[in-house]
Design a protein around this ligand. Structure first.
Ligand SMILES: NC(=O)c1ccc[n+]([C@@H]2O[C@H](COP(=O)([O-])OP(=O)(O)OC[C@H]3O[C@@H](n4cnc5c(N)ncnc54)[C@H](O)[C@@H]3O)[C@@H](O)[C@H]2O)c1
Length: 347
């Protein structure tokens, strides 16, 4: 079968998309696009066969290109994804889908209008430990979920915000620690715990010179009756953990990013399952991948998923409608915090 033509727009994290496409047996990296010449040169050194474009409109005219990864600053996602789909290209859009629910909705509208395939990058769903937790939730192993505690305790130096002009700005980043760094964990929270009913939040600029925030703290309620706390920060020197903890009537699980920390199930009296789960998923993606050869994680997973979705005419694993939920929650957190901590109901 003919390999699909893959292109990457924006060569920061876009380089991980290039790697995914180049390593795929089902696609060929045919083009890369960036306005930054130095970044194009760097990509050329690694992928000499890919055509270099500085102008997105020229990339759209390249008939070899079937799929484009949109890896631009967050507030540019909808504009470029919509243009790509209208030009007949399938797209994989980096997180967050865009920075407001309204702009995210433009992507979904264009997908429906054009019939093109559109996936969103929330690669943490495919970390081995998180996939195992999701299976446990779906199989009812945890019973009824009562509580979730989520804490993204990361660290960014001031120079991180000074370097990439768009970071930490409302206009281009759409927020700070929550919209940029923690949106993956917001996505996991709603994916694992279900539909959010309300958020009550506070936020602050605690240790950086930025426009947006470097700390948020929220109390979240779910339509199911469950409750969660969610903390995000880029002030936790030197970067501590990404806590994803779920407590149900029949069991508890705790993870730190891709490490499984706790697996306690009421029906596991001899603790055999706990031992096995921690042995398999307690050492992170790299180790787990050695136990499950052929299973991809991270950007390789999401790039291969969009390629196979296009090839097989199926939906990608994370659709715009899935990714919009995280942006709606982030938007509600900011509205609540701005209003002094009023409870915001999500509809
Ligand atoms: N999934 C993840 O884990 C992950 C990790 C990092 C970043 N991201 C997301 O990816 C996006 C990009 O982040 P980044 O860290 O790579 O940013 P970046 O600033 O390093 O890269 C963005 C690139 O886009 C290029 N660009 C800007 N305007 C352009 C245009 N009109 N045409 C062509 N190129 C243009 C810039 O020159 C730059 O090279 C953001 O939305 C971010 O949230 C996701």
């Amino acid at each position: 079968m003919k390999k699909l033509g893959y292109a990457v727009l924006g060569l920061g994290i876009g380089m991980a998309h290039c790697e995914g496409a180049a390593l795929s047996e089902n696609a060929e990296l045919v083009a890369v696009c960036d306005i930054d010449r130095a970044r194009l040169d760097k990509a050329h050194a690694l992928y000499p066969d890919a055509t270099l474009y500085e102008d997105f409109e020229e990339l759209l005219k390249d008939t070899r290109v079937d799929i484009i990864s949109i890896c631009l600053p967050s507030a540019m996602h909808a504009d470029f994804a919509v243009r790509a789909m209208r030009a007949g290209k399938h797209v994989l859009v980096e997180k967050p889908i865009d920075i407001t629910p309204e702009r995210a909705a433009l992507i979904e509208a264009a997908r429906v209008e054009t019939g093109m395939t559109c996936g969103i990058v929330h690669q943490n769903r495919f970390s081995f430990n998180i996939a195992a937790i999701k299976r446990a939730v779906e199989e009812g192993k945890l019973g009824r979920l009562i509580l979730g505690t989520f804490a993204v305790k990361w660290y960014r130096e001031q120079k991180y915000y000074d370097r990439g002009g768009w970071r930490g700005t409302w206009e281009m980043d759409g927020g700070g620690s929550l919209m940029n760094q923690a949106v993956h964990t917001v996505d996991l929270m709603q994916w694992l715990m279900g539909e959010v009913e309300s958020v009550t939040s506070t936020m602050g600029i605690c240790n950086h010179n930025i426009q947006t925030e470097d700390l948020t703290a929220s109390l979240i309620t779910f339509k199911s009756g469950a409750t969660a706390t969610f903390v995000s920060t880029t002030c936790a020197y030197p970067g501590i953990s990404t806590e994803i903890d779920l407590y149900g009537t029949e069991g508890s699980v705790e993870a730190d990013a891709d490490l499984l920390k706790t697996w306690k199930m009421r029906d596991d009296e001899d603790e055999e399952e706990e031992e096995e789960m921690l042995a398999r998923y307690g050492k992170g993606n790299r180790y787990a991948a050695e136990q499950e050869p052929g299973v991809l994680y991270g950007h390789r997973h999401v790039v291969e998923d969009i390629i196979l979705a296009v090839r097989d005419g199926r939906d990608p694993e994370v659709m715009p409608a899935d990714a919009i939920r995280a942006v709606k929650i982030v938007d509600a957190v900011y509205r609540s915090a701005r209003a002094g901590g009023v409870k915001i109901l999500l509809n």
